[in-house]
Design a protein around this ligand. Structure first.
Ligand SMILES: Cc1ncc(COP(=O)(O)O)c(C=O)c1O
Length: 384
């Protein structure tokens, strides 16, 4: 059976160079990086070199890189610690954030009795910057934390991060960005973009699962959420998985080393998919994912002319043909309510349709795209 993996926004295959790096570290560097003997210090040296290398890629300070178990933990760490430690009174986010942000924000609003505002989005799924500015003006003088994702994981729309960061700065608000779908795919310069916090997950850029980092700008005043041995400069207790951190660092190095070529290639796959899928009757591209300038080159979200009850079946039938894609994001595929991102679009006048997300990587080929399109076509038009 063919194996066509078009679910790269859920997770990516690990690069062979990354696997090799991790095996090398696993085999040879078993010391606990907090141990003071030579074997421990050798692990510590790798960990700290990784921190420095990562910091350099984003023009950050090594102390601003806090290793975590991935994107969810980084989002939770930043939002929870910022609300608890910085007297945050107002939390502004959007209805299309990943649940790692949205559910955390909702829980914090209840636990700390703070104001939660959701900024409007337009029919492309882009954040309405005029509404954001109006909210920032309304709450000026209060402690405001804004959390807006850089690249949306379901519809791919890109936030103009520098503009948003400048806007937040103008109004004295702090900014956190979930950059899980953008880091490793777009260059980001933290010295130029005045955001305060960011969340990153290695498995979205051909690194291992279960590791990521939080960018926490120096002097932000956050305290740890996980207490224990005082690792990660006191910000996140727990023995660091040195091999996984080394794998993440290698994955980032590879990603940024080949970025232009690989991005152009993946973008050509997206274009091929869009031109094929657009020829199918009744199919729609959801949100702004067809706009190649303002959406990520890594994914498309397609509305399909089928009965909602059939969409899970379609996903299953595609899987049977050997095509892996997803309904909304991976974390929602088991839930019955449907995508909260598509629901948010519905509220601004884009009626919800049964939808599938196809997401691409440099491990895909044009043949993969053609096979997926053929499979989709045969399922939508069985008699054709
Ligand atoms: C935008 C976004 N944020 C956060 C996460 C969660 O990251 P992790 O799986 O590393 O916890 C994901 C993963 O699906 C994501 O796409």
């Amino acid at each position: 059976m063919p194996k066509v993996y078009l679910d790269n926004a859920a997770t990516t295959a690990v690069r062979p160079e990354v696997v090799a790096t991790m095996i090398e570290v696993l085999q040879n560097e078993y010391g606990n990086p907090s141990s003071t003997h030579n074997i421990g210090q050798s692990s510590k040296a790798i960990l700290e070199q990784c921190r420095k290398d990562i910091a350099k890629m984003f023009k950050a300070h090594p102390g601003e890189i806090i290793f975590t178990s991935g994107g969810t933990e980084a989002d939770n760490l930043v939002l929870r610690a910022a609300v608890r430690d910085l007297n945050t009174q107002v939390l502004i986010t959007s209805p299309i954030e990943h649940h790692a942000v949205l559910h955390t924000a909702e829980a914090l609003a209840q636990e700390y009795n703070i104001t939660l505002e959701l900024v409007d989005i337009d029919i492309r799924g882009a954040v309405d910057l005029a509404h954001l500015e109006a909210l920032l003006e309304q709450y000026q003088g209060q402690k405001v934390l804004v959390s807006l994702m850089h690249v949306n994981n379901e519809i791919g729309v890109i936030l103009p991060l520098k503009r948003v960061a400048d806007l937040c700065k103008t109004f004295g608000a702090l900014l956190h960005s979930d950059t899980v779908q953008s880091i490793g795919h777009y260059p980001i310069d933290f010295s130029e973009i005045p955001l305060d916090f960011a969340a990153v997950a290695a498995h979205k850029f051909h690194g291992p699962k279960g590791v990521g980092f939080a960018f926490i700008r120096r002097g932000s005043g956050l305290n740890p959420m996980i207490l224990g041995g005082g690792q990660e400069r006191g910000m996140r207790a727990g023995t660091e998985p040195v091999y996984a951190v080394a794998g993440m660092t290698k994955a980032l190095e590879c990603a940024y080393h080949h970025l232009e070529q690989e991005a152009a290639y993946v973008r050509s796959l997206k274009e091929r998919f869009i031109s094929g899928v657009s020829a199918l009757p009744g199919v729609r591209l959801n949100g702004g994912c067809g706009d190649l300038e303002n959406s990520t080159y890594t994914l498309v979200n397609v509305g399909l002319p089928i009965d909602p009850a059939q969409s899970a079946m379609l996903l299953f039938q595609l899987d049977l043909k050997g095509v892996a894609c997803s309904q909304g994001s991976a974390c929602q595929s088991g839930s019955s309510g449907g995508s909260h991102v598509l629901q948010a679009l519905d509220k601004v006048g884009v009626p919800m349709m049964p939808s599938l997300r196809f997401s691409f990587s440099m491990f895909n080929t044009p043949d993969d795209i053609d096979f997926a399109l053929e499979s989709l076509k045969s399922l939508l038009e069985p008699s054709a």
